[in-house]
Design a protein. Sequence first.
Lengths: 153, 94, 118
Amino acid sequence: MLSKIVRTVTNEFMPVIIIFGLYIIAHGHLTPGGGFQGGAVIVSGVVMLLVAFNHQEVRKVLRERLLSIMESTGALIFIGLAFAGIGTAFAYNFLVGTPIFGRIPPTGPNPGDIWTGGVIPLMNFAVGLKVAAGLTAVVLAMALFSSGEEIEE
Amino acid sequence: MRRQVTGLILLLVLVAFLVWGMQLIHPFGYPDASNMDDYMIENAQKETGSNNVVTSVVFDYRLVDTLGEATILFTAVTGVLLLLRTLRRKKESS
Amino acid sequence: MMEHIPLNFPFLAAALLIGISVYILIFKRNLIKLIMGIGMLASGVNLFLVALGYRAGGGAPIYTGTPEETMVLPVPQALTLTSIVINVAVLALMLTMVILIYRHTGSLDSEKSRKMKG
């Protein structure tokens, strides 16, 4: 546990970091970014939490079963969207033209519209979920293993 | 002593080969074979519907590569969690 | 307008990074320094991939906002993204094995953990 100033500043900064990571994931088809980059930003926020607090306190909030369910859900959504357009080909973008996410932007430079992109924003969300949950589990396992001598499951 | 001299000679041969090879590539800033990229820059907005050409290459034109990369990430996370678990149980029972 | 950069300097920087990391892999014995050398090798290869797709006077390949006239090639940037994620996965597995080796033998020297006991 670090001093009181570090703990208070960490408590104030965590929602800002998580919202910034979700913004990078959600606008992946308009600005530079996407699923992998936004997931890495969220994991860096969790690492800051691990450094400021004791690792046993963090373990009470993030359980391992929840992280495993989140990662498997992300992988299943990704494979489901790849198989959903199997009428034409394996990985076909079947949402372009339909009113869910399928407007087509005008050619040339334009201010972006968020309801474009076809199946790309949904895949950004699935990959971001998978990367965030997986790398959080790895960092948590390494921190618990190398410094905990009395761990009870 | 002989091992270090052999290592130094091999390192010098590798660096000389790399520096010589970098002079034979196209001059920096003027790529010569860019037919596929020109097609993607022109037709990415009509066919995929997104403004970001790099994201549409990663998630629409080359989706199978991204599927393989997600599989590698999943396997690595499973392997790390598997290796750091059995020793915890051995410390419990001892 | 066809002014070429002498000696193809960005490619030379990537070759220098690869040369330094091979020197680390041959001559150093500490396990953590070897892992740092492998990470530096990954950085050199990624720099080479991104520098291959540059067009003189070009901007980012994104249509939102006000871009410039020509755009750089987008495909090497997509390949670099995949390469970075794969390097993170391999580095995580290597660090886990270093933790287990330290717990098993008690030292971080790579010469002491060469013999395999039956």
